[in-house]
Unconditional design. Structure first.
Length: 505
């Protein structure tokens, strides 16, 4: 068997449609013309393991698949598709979907920030002058009507909107973000939408809703309150209601059809008040999906949540566990409420009983680790408050981190966590999502049980996902960072003392 390309039985099977990863891989091996023995010699992988993989008896680790793919004539697109199929079959369809969606949210969230310098869309407010009721049809006309209503609201000193428009109407939310980011007036937005109950380990179809809500929540110009209520998954859209969605501004009510192709704008005050009362009834049976945390409250939230810390995904490794009182006194910058922060940290971090940290898992990127080693800057909370660490302090942090290697897992380059991005899972079924840059100070608490469960599933499955590096690689990178710091420190010392040495000579 080892000397043949593939057995006749296997060859006949792969001529059929390739429905599984094993069948698709077998097809590529068949096209290469290589025998199992030759493929084993080229890749350094065992012949039995290869044979069991192509017959579906073995689902190997991802690096095994990567070595096989590297030896086969495949385009980058074919390799990506085969790798995705492998990941789907290994994790299961539901787990793969949830992991992929959350990974996309983490990687893309900072890109959704809308600049405050955006030029405002040309106003169409005149079309609403002296309007009592206006009916429009066609997507373009509905969009123009919604834009005019949003622009009129943005001109008010204290704009407020109440809406039950779903995220599927993407144009509406893009207009809302751009208009109010450009207006300079803060918008209070109450948003009501449906979600579906999802069991643990099940494909969570609320991921698109979460991404839509985070896009709005990260916008500093909008005070966003997203309320969700559960509906039966089998329930269809409100087909019997002509205009199931609505938006309430300070002057108007807008009713929108289920396919967003027609709308009614109503200027009647009594109608508006009735819709407000209707939204209050919806609110009474709804829950907040995410709660945004103000910049002044962030530090307190992180301190209060520290006893519930379970796992995190971030750009840099989380090293705050090694911050001593002396380091904090030296490195805490001239920030507002400095003494209050010091007191809070000492109460929450230094004067509490030691807890078992063996279950804590911190996933971070190689680039983030190297960045800390080079600059000494801690970009995650509460690190953005701290001035850069000295070379000695950096070495202390890295040595401590290496000693706790069971709690630190380095992500592979396939998981591109953006700088300043942080996701923390807590044991009380809460997820902290934050993005902290010079321009963005965003932090929110996600509390919807199904989505929190999906984040927990992601954390629990990362070690077997092919998205992490092994302990040996992690240790080697940490050691190289320590060597880099020592070399740089020695070079700086030589430069600083060179004039003195010349004088002595």
């Amino acid at each position: 068997m080892a000397g043949k390309c593939i057995s006749e039985k296997t060859s006949n099977r792969i001529a059929a449609p390739k429905d599984t990863f094993a069948e698709e891989l077998t097809g590529y091996i068949e096209k290469s013309g290589m025998t199992i023995q030759k493929l084993s010699a080229v890749t350094g992988l065992g012949r039995t393991a290869i044979q069991h993989t192509i017959t579906g008896k073995l689902v190997p680790a991802k690096n095994f698949i990567d070595r096989l793919c590297a030896a086969l004539p495949m385009t980058p697109e074919q390799r990506d598709e085969l790798t995705k199929r492998y990941a789907r079959e290994k994790a299961g369809e539901a787990a793969y979907y949830n992991r992929s969606r959350i990974k996309h949210i983490i990687e893309s969230l900072p890109q959704h920030r809308i600049s405050n310098s955006i030029t405002c869309v040309p106003a169409g407010v005149d079309s609403l002058k002296d309007c009592t009721i206006k009916s429009v049809s066609g997507l373009v006309n509905v969009n123009n009507l919604m834009r005019a209503a949003l622009l009129k609201e943005s001109s008010l000193p204290s704009p407020k909107l109440i809406t039950a428009i779903p995220f599927e109407y993407t144009v509406f939310f893009e207009m809302l973000l751009q208009i109010f980011s450009a207006s300079g007036s803060g918008l209070r937005l109450e948003h009501y939408f449906r979600m579906y109950t999802c069991s643990k380990g099940e494909k969570n179809i609320n991921m698109e809703t979460l991404q839509g809500a985070l896009k709005i929540a990260i916008c500093a110009a909008i005070d966003y309150s997203p309320y969700y209520h559960y509906v039966n998954r089998e329930a269809g859209d409100s087909l019997l209601t002509a205009y199931p969605y609505f938006m309430i501004s300070s002057d108007f009510s807008v009713m929108v059809s289920s396919d967003f192709s027609s709308a009614l704008l109503i200027g009647d005050k009594e109608m508006r008040e009735e819709l407000v009362r209707h939204s209050e009834r919806i609110k009474s049976r709804s829950s907040l999906m995410i709660t945004r945390v103000g910049q002044s409250e962030m530090f307190g939230v992180f301190a209060n949540c520290s006893p519930y810390f379970y796992s995190s995904i971030e750009y840099q490794p989380c090293l705050t566990a090694y911050v001593t009182e002396d380091i904090l006194e030296r490195r805490l910058g001239d920030v507002p409420h400095r003494e209050d922060i010091l007191r809070t940290v000492k109460e929450k971090f230094f004067n509490t009983p030691n807890t078992d940290t063996s279950r804590y898992k911190n996933y971070f990127t190689k680039k983030g680790l190297i960045s800390f080693a080079k600059t000494g800057k801690m970009t995650n909370m509460p690190g953005y408050l701290l001035t850069p660490m000295s070379p000695e302090e950096r070495i202390y942090f890295l040595e401590s981190m290496k000693a706790d290697s069971g709690s630190y897992i380095m992500l592979s380059e396939d998981f591109a966590v953006p700088s300043f991005m942080q996701v923390i899972c807590l044991t009380n079924r809460t997820v902290i999502i934050s993005c902290l840059t010079e321009e963005i100070k965003f932090c929110c608490l996600l509390t919807e049980p199904g989505l929190c469960g999906a984040f927990e599933d992601l954390i629990d499955s990362l070690g077997d996902s092919g998205l992490t590096e092994n302990v040996g690689i992690f240790t080697a990178v940490v050691d190289s960072c320590i060597d880099m710091i020592k070399r740089s420190d020695a070079e700086i010392y030589e430069e600083e003392n060179a004039p003195q040495k010349e004088l002595e000579a």
